[in-house]
Design a protein around this ligand. Structure first.
Ligand code: ASP
Length: 441
């Protein structure tokens, strides 16, 4: 049995956090591959090392003095190394690393390389502290010429490398391209590295250690003390994440999902807590009919009316095309008998608005078109809804009791989620009303 453990930036923000991480790894000898992020914030208002490195890059690229943020980066690592009482030789080798980075910054810096040093240095320190070998991610994680993750090459090379290394620290966030140059994932990408490593070594579980007790049923800014979701399927997570709940990088799910490896979200500050399990399937019944509730504001609905639109076979296609040609993504398409509504993100629509409306007028000759902005979408998600009658009734009576007008309803055929459209100003009240109807007060 092998576990891959990824630690986020706040779990490795200072020496005290490093010690917690060390205890967690030493407590279970199956935790053999460790993927660190760069040091994150130690307190509110603190700056993440990755942000300092981006600042160094931007200043250096503009030919300006980068010594201030660079000194701040050095200090962060020096503090950690000193407090962890690593050997003077180690400190010396770290100074050589800083020298190399400084030279690089002075000679036409590369953005990805510079940013990746946050994880690289943290990985070296963590490996030194744990007594684990270090594997540079540039030697095991690959991107293609277009900058997209190259799963095939990575799996082949990384699996072979890990086979020779019973334990290793592999820094998160970066790899290398076909030209050998460092490339990074998008922000938060160490989650993706952890997932890739888990898949390459056929781990039994991918533990993702962070600073929250797990995925919460609802936003704690809206409802008080929402419970942690103990188990959730990949598909439920997708629905919740798409509509705004965030706990993992979006792309982190795919490598492990494909390999059938569950993810366990854990809290470095409460290592005894079970956290959240993200699994393909489970016989575990959720404690409530719904698994979670989330949503987003600022959508627009465009209602197109035309008598007998159903007799025009290409009506829907033509309307969809009008949005497609202007690059406006569609969220939902609720329809009536002689009306069709298109729900789109307001930010993507407003600029192209007159263009799209003109296209619609020309393309399908509607009797009327009504545009309404300021719409919020709420996603009520749960595998338990399939087996339960009366779920929709419960949602809508909760909203009715709170005197909230429902502007749109959409239930996917999977019965995994119900989407409800309300006005932006009713968003928080609506989430709270639905949450309390299922979870209680
Ligand atoms: N350090 C990188 C960031 O701040 C990547 C990560 O933490 O996952 O985005």
């Amino acid at each position: 049995m092998k576990k891959v453990v990824k630690f986020g930036g706040s779990s490795l923000a200072d020496a005290a956090q490093f010690r917690k991480v060390g205890d967690i790894i030493r407590a279970d000898e199956t935790r053999v591959y460790v993927v660190p992020s760069a040091p994150g914030k130690r307190f509110d208002g603190d700056v993440k090392v990755t942000d300092l490195l981006y600042r160094c890059h931007d200043l250096a690229a503009g030919g300006r003095d980068f010594s201030e943020p660079f000194a701040a980066v050095k200090e962060r690592y020096a503090d950690i190394v000193r407090e962890l009482e690593l050997s003077p030789d180690f400190m010396k080798s770290l100074e050589d690393e800083f020298q190399t980075i400084e030279e690089h910054l002075k000679q036409g810096p590369e953005r990805d390389y510079t940013a990746s040093r946050g994880e690289y240095l943290n990985g070296r320190i963590l490996a030194g502290y744990l007594g684990f070998p270090f594997l540079d991610a540039a030697e095991g994680i690959f991107f293609d010429t277009a900058g997209t993750f190259d799963a095939e090459r990575t799996n082949a090379v990384l699996s072979a490398r890990l086979e020779e290394m019973p334990r290793a620290v592999i820094p998160g966030f970066y790899g290398s391209g076909p030209d050998g140059r460092v490339r990074t994932f998008s922000r938060g990408g160490s989650d993706v590295t952890g997932s890739i490593v888990a898949s390459a070594c056929h781990a039994s579980v991918y533990e993702n250690w962070t600073d929250v007790p797990g995925l919460l049923m609802a936003d704690p800014h809206i409802v008080k003390d929402p419970p942690v979701i103990r188990s959730i399927t990949y598909r439920e997570l997708r629905e919740l994440a798409y509509m705004g709940a965030s706990v993992l990088h979006e792309d982190a799910v795919f490598p492990v999902k494909k390999a059938g490896i569950p993810i366990n979200i854990r809290d470095t500050n409460q290592p005894g807590d079970p956290g959240t399990w993200i699994v393909e399937n489970t016989a575990r019944r959720p404690p409530f009919t719904i698994t979670g509730i989330t949503g987003k504001k600022d959508f627009c609905s465009i209602m197109i009316a035309k008598d007998l639109m159903h007799s025009e076979l290409d009506f829907y296609r033509k309307v969809v095309q009008c949005f497609e040609e202007d690059g406006v993504p569609l969220e939902h398409l609720p329809s009536g008998i002689d009306t069709m509504t298109v729900v789109v993100p307001e930010s993507k629509f407003v600029e192209r608005e007159q263009h799209v409306l003109r296209r619609i007028a020309r393309s399908v000759g509607p009797e009327s078109v009504e545009v309404e902005a300021g719409l919020a979408l709420i996603a009520v998600v749960g595998r338990g809804m399939r087996a339960q009658s009366g779920t929709a009734a419960k949602i809508f009576s909760a909203l009715a009791e709170a005197r909230i007008n429902v502007r749109m309803i959409d239930q996917g055929a999977s019965e995994l989620n119900v989407i409800v459209g309300v006005l932006n100003e009713d968003f928080e009240r609506a989430i709270s009303a639905i949450y309390h109807a299922f979870v209680g007060l």
